[in-house]
Write a protein that binds this ligand. Structure first.
Ligand SMILES: O=C(CO)[C@@H](O)[C@@H](O)COP(=O)(O)O
Length: 218
């Protein structure tokens, strides 16, 4: 990648962290976004740095084993999880992790979010599944993300007792999935306060997913 392309990606990554803040998906320093560079590396947020100090230059360049390249800040604690996803999902260009409140509440209960809304069918194509618990700091979280999402159309997974991981072809798509995940986690939770939400027919879920993925928008 050219220096200009790197500079642009660093800026995009810094800006996407601000989107997480604006959407109230993260607090303090918890949560991170990474972006595949296209030349066998990825950029990721540095560990424990407050969001208002996340400049483009602060983003840490790592190889696909999660090892930082060159000098700089220490990468996110989730660097090996992100690296695992990039190694095993060549289609993924961006990964996001948050502890967004409603979705993480479902994760704490080890309960998938059932597909009971058109917005869920559109973006997730079915339920949002739960992945296994894994300690922070290793690749096990990444393996849990990859293994769980293999059986789903969803770009989001609720990691048990932890929080949300989302993937996308580009970092912005992964951020979008994180925003949508929290939105539907909240709505389905609210619906359950009123009674049991009604399931949707599989053929309707399929039709909605197809329309949104292939025909929606400009
Ligand atoms: O999930 C957790 C901790 O529970 C971490 O991902 C989170 O605090 C973010 O840490 P980093 O600042 O990215 O190292």
């Amino acid at each position: 990648m050219t220096e200009d392309a790197y500079a642009q990606l660093r800026k995009e990554l810094a800006d996407l962290h601000q989107v997480l803040v604006e959407a109230a998906l993260v607090v303090w320093t918890a949560g991170n976004v990474s972006a595949r560079t296209g030349d066998g590396h990825f950029l990721i947020k540095p560990s424990g740095v407050p969001y208002d100090a996340l400049t483009p230059e602060a983003m840490v360049l790592c190889d696909l084993d999660g090892r930082p390249v060159g000098d700089g800040l220490k990468p996110s604690s989730d660097v090996f999880a992100h690296a695992y996803v990039y190694r095993h999902r060549p289609d993924v260009g961006g990964v996001v992790h948050t502890h967004s409140a409603y979705a993480t509440a479902w994760a704490a209960r080890d309960e998938p979010i059932p597909c009971v809304l058109t917005a869920m069918a559109d973006e997730f194509g079915g339920e949002i599944p739960v992945g296994p618990f894994a300690l922070i700091g290793g690749a096990d979280i990444g393996k849990g993300v990859v293994d769980t999402l293999a059986g789903h159309r969803s770009p989001a997974v609720l990691m048990r007792n932890h929080g949300v991981f989302t993937i996308g072809g580009a970092p912005r798509s992964a951020v979008k999935a994180a925003v949508m995940c929290e939105d539907v986690a909240r709505t389905v939770h609210l619906s359950r306060q009123l009674g049991e939400p009604l399931p949707m027919e599989q053929s309707h879920v399929d039709a909605l997913y197809d329309r949104y993925q292939n025909a929606y928008g400009q």
